[in-house]
Write a protein that binds this ligand. Structure first.
Ligand code: UFG
Length: 339
């Protein structure tokens, strides 16, 4: 029988793309989202792309009673937990909001899963746990650095909560996926990233600048010890990233998981500079992105990219969309928002 996956935060950027890939792989999907930082239009997008009336539950994962009730309405085999706040700067200004929402909701979810007897969970972690690694690329064994923001701290704490819950609870399986920098959109341009207000992340700022919504892109620093002086990141296509979740769930549900708690880097393994990304976007889309170099952004690391060997050998997953194609999907999504 077809297995069912609950996707919390499924109306968000990565969650909606993952819901599409899960349906495509034959899973039943239930989306839960409180729409606090997302739009019901994303659920519609998932339904249009897949042709499946994916059930949507407007629920806050912090609400234990509502989560328990959800698990009685749907026979869930695995959960992918995306629901969380993700703005680094905001987390510094409002730490309690981040600890309560990101950590609180995960604890509540794990409690409701235990009550319902659901034993498989994938957690959305982040390369932010590595800070500035001493050696690059970062492997899963690269030591985590003390978090530089409450947001980053919530990712580390939730990884630890999952590890401890798995070790205490026979039968529970957990996988933490450490995402590098997710970018791009579904090729249909029906779902994508929907930043609220001024985007903090590079690619949404680039697309809005190219569209004339922003006057110019600020490049935060060109004096890093990197080949062109701008910072290096590992930009991973959001559909490739979504596929990694399908593979992780498959591994859990079909008994291939060797250790009950596992961690995987999800990136491309290729460092790309801010300047390369801007030029690549202009080339891929035939548009100009006015930009100006300004000072470094506080809290930024100079370079981080993934060693993806573990995901390739254990999960059999690797990213395969070329960067220029990903940058075309980002632009197509931006253009679709004008309609
Ligand atoms: N950048 C600019 N101008 C901008 C925005 C970003 O030059 O307007 C630069 C940044 O300084 C950085 C690079 O583009 O060098 C990427 O910046 P993003 O904000 O897109 O991404 P980060 O690497 O800072 O952060 C991302 C996620 C975080 C996560 C972090 C580490 O957004 O959630 O990776 O995993 F914590």
């Amino acid at each position: 029988m077809k297995k069912t996956v609950l996707v919390t935060g499924g109306a968000g950027y990565i969650g909606s793309h993952t819901a599409v890939e899960l349906v495509g792989a034959g899973y039943g999907v239930v989306i839960a989202d409180n729409l606090s930082n997302s739009d019901a239009g994303a659920v519609e997008g998932v339904r249009r792309i897949t042709g499946v009336e994916v059930p949507f539950e407007r629920i806050d994962c912090n609400d234990g009673a509502a989560m328990n009730a959800l698990f009685t309405r749907h026979a869930v085999d695995a959960v992918i937990h995306f629901a969380a706040f993700k703005a680094v700067g905001e987390s510094v200004a409002e730490p309690l909001k981040y600890y309560s929402n990101n950590v609180g909701s995960f604890v509540t979810l794990l409690g409701s899963m235990r009550t319902a007897g659901v034993e498989n969970v994938v957690f959305s972690s982040s390369a932010t746990v590595y800070g500035q690694p001493g050696t690059l690329p970062a492997t899963e064994r690269t030591p985590r650095q003390p978090a530089t923001s409450p947001y980053g701290a919530t990712k580390q704490i939730c990884e630890d909560i999952l590890r401890d819950a798995v070790s205490a609870c026979n039968g529970l399986h957990g996988i933490a996926l450490r995402y590098f920098n997710p970018i791009g959109a579904h090729p249909s341009a029906l779902i994508g990233e929907l930043p609220r207000g001024v985007p903090a992340n590079l690619v949404p700022f680039i697309t809005q600048t190219a569209a004339g919504i922003r006057g110019e892109l600020s490049i935060f620093g060109d004096d890093y010890p990197t080949p062109d002086g701008t910072a290096l990141r590992d930009y991973i296509d959001v559909v490739d990233l979504a596929r990694a979740h399908v593979v992780a769930v498959e591994r859990m549900l079909y008994g291939a998981q060797r250790e009950p708690y596992e961690v995987f880097n999800i990136g491309t393994g290729r460092p790309v500079s801010v300047m390369e990304l801007v030029k690549g976007f202009e080339r891929a889309n035939g548009v100009k992105v006015p930009c100006r170099v300004v000072g470094r952004r506080p809290g930024d690391v100079e370079a981080v990219w993934a060693d993806t060997t573990l995901a390739a050998t254990i999960l059999g997953w690797r990213s395969d969309r070329p960067l220029d194609e990903t940058l075309r999907t980002a632009w197509a999504w931006q253009l679709s928002l004008k309609d």
